[in-house]
Design a protein around this ligand. Structure first.
Ligand code: NAD
Length: 305
């Protein structure tokens, strides 16, 4: 029977470490890490997500603000607001909740965010840094996936990892982060022939497809680490993942539940990225600031790109 990886507990632990450091940062630098979350329109689901992000950041002691914009805002106006935040030295992190209304080009907006404030890690410069292995900000959900795998104690190095899904925000960055940990990586997708033949070889299986019960017990290697990123609402209105949890937990070594697996890590990693942006900005000030920032980074657990 698989051990269930408790994402909620791990997420709380990460946030607690951040909460402890913020008063020290405020004492040292005279201000707290700040996060600006922008939402365009009033979609109920997206509003719930952004409120959760802002409230979590504030509950940790950060200074987080929500900017709500009308759904008919012009792309140029939205980009102008981002430019103002980019220029403000008191702003550490900026994120724009996606999706955006269809008249706005998401790539233009995401690329308008300064590289050093792009807490989602979605803009082209950070994506480039991720793939080049140079310093940048890695996206939250993929970072959370790596933390969840590490919490099992199963070494990633040398293992065969299969990712189902090739999106820019989950599948591809998860693959790169696993590659950085020395896994041998395969990415499966809608064009993959005989998915089962590939997933059943995986020591580490990460599924991010958005298809309920895509992964059944016969597709999983006994003892594998199974990370279910999927979130969909099924016909009964229940939030479910991509893995047939009840069946697969009898085969896998470790498995994440949905909800309570990857979701809480995504938000914890957003907090961590905001802290890292703040510390990078602080580091730029003086040698003493640099030393202090290095100490805090070590305390919250640095991330190797
Ligand atoms: P996406 O739709 O952009 O990509 C889905 C990918 O899955 C595609 O690359 C597609 O090729 C692949 N896929 C779909 N059906 C498949 C099938 N039958 N066989 C093989 N491959 C298949 O989605 P996304 O943005 O990457 O998100 C994936 C899932 O993860 C969604 O359910 C999303 O809600 C969820 N998600 C969760 C979090 C979180 O914090 N827990 C964060 C981001 C996304």
């Amino acid at each position: 029977m698989a051990e269930i990886i408790d994402g909620k507990k791990l997420g709380e632990r990460i946030k607690e470490k951040i909460r402890e450091q913020i008063p020290l940062l405020e004492k040292q630098y005279g201000r707290r890490p700040s996060l600006y979350v922008i939402i365009v329109g009033d979609d109920e689901g997206s509003m719930r997500y952004v409120n959760n992000k802002v409230n979590t950041a504030n509950s940790l002691g950060m200074d987080a603000r929500l900017i709500t914009l009308k759904s008919n805002i012009y792309e140029k106006e939205l980009i102008n607001i981002i430019h103002v935040l980019n220029e403000d030295p008191l702003v550490d992190g900026i994120m724009v909740q996606l999706p955006l209304p269809s008249h706005i080009n998401e790539d233009h907006v995401v690329d308008a965010i300064a590289k050093d404030k792009d807490v989602d890690g979605f803009n082209s410069l950070n994506v480039g840094s991720l793939w080049q292995g140079t310093h940048g900000i890695a996206p939250c959900t993929p970072k959370g996936v790596i933390q969840l795998i590490k919490t099992t104690g199963v070494p990633i190095s040398g293992k065969f990892a299969v990712i189902v899904g090739r999106s820019n925000i989950v599948g591809k960055p998860v693959a790169k982060l696993l590659l950085d940990e020395n896994a041998t990586v395969a990415i499966a997708h809608t064009g993959t022939e005989n998915l089962k033949a590939i997933t059943s070889l995986a020591d580490i299986l990460v599924v991010a497809a958005g298809q309920e019960k895509l992964i059944t017990a016969d597709m999983v290697k006994p003892g594998a680490v199974v990370i279910d990123v999927g979130i969909t609402r099924n016909a009964e209105g229940k939030v479910v993942g991509d893995v047939d949890f009840d069946a697969v937990k009898g085969i896998a070594g470790f498995i994440t539940p949905v909800p309570g697996g990857v979701g809480p890590l995504t938000i914890a990693m957003l907090m961590k990225n905001t802290m890292e942006c703040f510390l990078n900005h602080a580091e730029a000030h003086s040698d003493v600031s640099k030393l202090w920032a290095t100490i805090i980074k070590a305390r919250i657990g640095g991330h190797k790109q």
